[in-house]
Design a protein around this ligand. Structure first.
Ligand SMILES: Cc1cc2nc3c(=O)[nH]c(=O)nc-3n(C[C@H](O)[C@H](O)[C@H](O)COP(=O)(O)O)c2cc1C
Length: 177
């Protein structure tokens, strides 16, 4: 199994989403010690904004396509995903590679992967909260390319940090069940 481990938090050692994504990768590799882990830190090595001319980032798409499991650390910044993560999504949403348009509408081509997203948010949000554009956006985006993502959440970390982290780690534990 090949695991692609992505992080997009700008808060370094203090990052909750990085802690959760690392816990998920630890859990996966404990269950499958032969798994290979490909690491992409979207803050340490940021991708540029998407441009029409392209920027020679085909390896980003190849890396995604080659992965069996993708683990993503996704902090909420200003109610949405980090712009570093958005730049990565802009590289993997490619017509003819991860989706195509048919007479019956759009069809995802990236099915068969497991995608697990570790969300960390300062406040509390229900999935249908008007300001929630992390889980809702990532669900729509991955569904569009044929993947049903799984989520773990650290909620309210700006309110009760330790309780939020504990809740997220409990959801990581539950993934193994
Ligand atoms: C620049 C910035 C913007 C933020 N915007 C929001 C926000 O819109 N809503 C929210 O609930 N929390 C917000 N927060 C709090 C973060 O979601 C919270 O600190 C979370 O743990 C971030 O993930 P990280 O610890 O992996 O960086 C923001 C934090 C930062 C640094």
């Amino acid at each position: 199994m090949t695991i692609l481990h992505l992080d997009s938090s700008i808060t370094g050692e203090a990052s909750v989403s990085r802690r959760l994504s690392a816990a998920i990768v630890d859990q996966l590799t404990a269950r499958d010690p032969d798994a290979g882990v490909v690491r992409r830190d979207l803050v340490a090595s940021p991708l540029s904004h998407l441009t029409l001319g392209g920027s020679g980032d085909a390896d980003v798409l190849d890396e995604f396509l080659a992965a069996d499991t993708v683990v993503i650390g996704a902090p909420m910044y200003n109610f949405s995903v980090a712009s570093q993560l958005k730049a990565w999504i802009d590289r993997i949403a490619v017509a003819g590679k991860t989706f195509r348009y048919t007479e019956r509408g759009p069809e995802g081509l990236a099915g068969g992967k497991r995608v697990i997203v570790a969300i960390s948010r300062g406040g509390f949000y229900t999935p249908d909260h008007a300001f929630e554009h992390v889980e809702s956006y990532l669900t729509a985006m991955f569904n569009f390319i044929g993947v049903e993502p799984e989520f773990v959440h650290a909620n309210g970390v700006n309110v009760e940090r330790e309780a939020g982290i504990a809740g997220g780690l409990a959801e990581v534990e539950a993934l193994a069940a």
